[in-house]
Design a protein around this ligand. Structure first.
Ligand code: NAD
Ligand code: ISE
Length: 335
């Protein structure tokens, strides 16, 4: 039976993670699910097999059926559920963002510090992608010298009408915030967002694409081109420029076609195809850690620091100015 996971929020990623936890990951089962759309929770319960549909997130957190909780509901609900998990003393993997506001992240940190033991991890899955891991290992090896610049590209094929100009930061570029902090091992101290010419393929309310520049403690620049309606598919790129050379992601190609005088390879439709292996590795590391009594994965501090940058980034989208960031002291629990 292993670790019995309860899932709160059975939308796209709740279903995707649920499939992995019930049939790919070793040492876990999905024992309970819940969603404000009960029919959706019932669908996912049928997909994972053997999960009870419970009436609310709070009932699920309190349930004896659940050893650990996966929060994959919408971002605005994360803090409430993560805080309830800490109160119940249950480990929780919360999808990004840990919470949409810094104030909520600070409450989570205060609660976890008062609890005295780490329970919370945040779903920054790119840290588990073999390509990003290779770039990180190359930097640490010294082969490309000192990091000077990081160039990131993040393109979605399309987004829905509900996607707004500030969600480019809160929903999407938050991944580049985390990748920059993790790869460069420095905090981001300032952010600026420059609006390029707009694509005609976005709803009029959305500034798309957007271009952000993060500056780290030692002055490394991390640039992000984020394009929400790139049309052709899902495409994530990254090149780290060092004082002696560069290290770049190579997008994984599963198979290519050569026909009619052309060679081509498929582009993934969305994040599920591109990062499937990273989600599996993230979930497996979490479950294996829990089996040993450890909390393995990006901490609540990483979630807080990312939301700090994102909050400044949202101000920068509106102001057009370079917004600076200051952080609280890092509690000993996260050092
Ligand atoms: P989604 O809209 O498909 O699913 C969200 C689900 O939460 C819906 O089924 C909705 O009914 C449910 N919900 C809303 N309020 C709730 C509440 N109070 N209690 C319980 N359920 C509630 O969205 P999604 O794409 O699955 O995204 C969910 C979360 O995962 C978001 O925080 C998103 O940023 C994150 N996400 C992360 C990645 C990644 O690459 N790490 C990818 C996609 C989404
Ligand atoms: C989505 O919510 C994710 O987290 C994906 O990883 C990201 O690439 C996409 O831009 C977001 O909308």
């Amino acid at each position: 039976m292993g670790i019995r996971v309860g899932i709160i929020g059975t939308g796209l990623i709740g279903e995707d993670h649920g499939r992995k936890l019930s049939s790919v990951i070793s040492g876990s089962t999905v024992s309970a699910v819940t969603d404000v759309r009960r029919e959706r929770a019932e669908q996912v319960a049928a997909i994972v097999g053997g999960a009870r549909v419970l009436a609310s997130g709070h009932e699920l957190i309190a349930s004896d059926l659940v050893d650990a909780v996966l929060v994959t509901s919408i971002g605005e609900t994360h803090a409430e559920y993560v805080l309830a998990c800490i109160t119940a003393g249950k480990p929780v993997l919360c999808e990004k963002p840990l919470a949409p506001t810094v104030a909520e992240c600070e409450r989570i940190i205060a609660a976890e510090v008062a609890h005295g033991r780490r329970l919370v991890i945040v779903g920054f899955m790119r840290r588990y992608d073999p390509g990003y891991q290779q770039v990180e290992a190359t930097l640490r090896s010294g082969a490309i010298g000192e990091a000077l610049m990081l160039h990131n590209v993040h393109r979605n094929a399309t987004v829905g009408e509900g996607y707004t100009s500030t969600m480019t930061m809160t929903d999407s570029m938050i991944h580049e915030v985390d990748v920059s902090r993790w790869l460069l091992d420095e905090e981001i101290m300032a952010v600026q967002v420059i609006p390029p010419k707009r694509t005609p393929k976005a709803f009029p309310h959305l500034q798309d694409p957007q271009f952000a520049v993060f500056t780290t403690e030692s002055g490394i620049l991390s640039t992000v081109e984020f394009f929400a309606n790139a049309q052709y598919g899902y495409d994530v790129r990254c090149e780290l420029v060092g004082s002696l050379g560069t290290a770049a992601l190579v997008n994984p190609v599963v198979a290519s076609t050569t026909a009619g005088g052309r060679a081509s390879a498929a582009v993934p439709a969305d994040w599920r195809g591109r990062f499937s292996g990273a989600y599996t590795a993230e979930l497996q590391a979490w479950i294996a850690g829990l089996a040993r009594g450890e909390c393995v994965g990006p901490s609540a501090w990483e979630g807080y620091a990312a939301t700090k940058v994102v909050e400044a980034g949202v101000e920068a989208v509106v102001s057009g100015a370079r917004e600076t960031i200051d952080y609280m002291d890092k509690p000993a629990l996260y050092r």
